[in-house]
Design a protein around this ligand. Structure first.
Ligand code: AMP
Length: 114
């Protein structure tokens, strides 16, 4: 199967502005930021989307959220707050079929999203 865009970033085939990495996750700045801080946090092991996650992925999913909070703190977002977003499927706005958590902050974010 062909590699996802994010696998190419993880393997450094495509450059990205990386802000965090550990053995199972990579975080890099979104190329089309929707807020002053907009980072994508991506598991190195491909799970297409939350809807395809299995029970065996529960540790990875938990670690994803904990790391999102850590990256948000590292980027100075914890005090004023931030938003975590996971788009799932077409209506959810998913464009890359490789699970990722958007970390958005640096301005007040409206609700509901458009
Ligand atoms: P989603 O729409 O939730 O699937 O999010 C995919 C995100 O990937 C979008 O916010 C894009 O702006 C972002 N994106 C696409 N290509 C790149 C890239 N080469 N480097 C960083 N972010 C990217």
């Amino acid at each position: 199967m062909s590699k996802t865009l994010f696998e190419r970033i993880i393997s450094r085939e495509i450059p990205a502005d990386i802000v965090f990495e550990n053995e199972e996750l990579l975080a890099f700045r979104d190329i089309n930021p929707q807020a002053p801080v907009h980072v994508l946090l991506v598991p190195k092991r491909v799970v297409a989307r939350v809807d395809e996650a299995q029970r065996s992925d529960r540790e990875l999913l938990g670690n994803l959220l904990l790391a999102a909070a850590q990256v948000a703190r590292q980027l100075g977002l914890a005090e004023n707050g931030y938003r975590l977003v996971i788009n799932n499927g077409a209506d959810g706005g998913e464009t890359v079929p490789h699970l990722h958590c958007h970390i958005l902050g640096g301005r007040p974010l409206g609700w509901p999203p458009g």
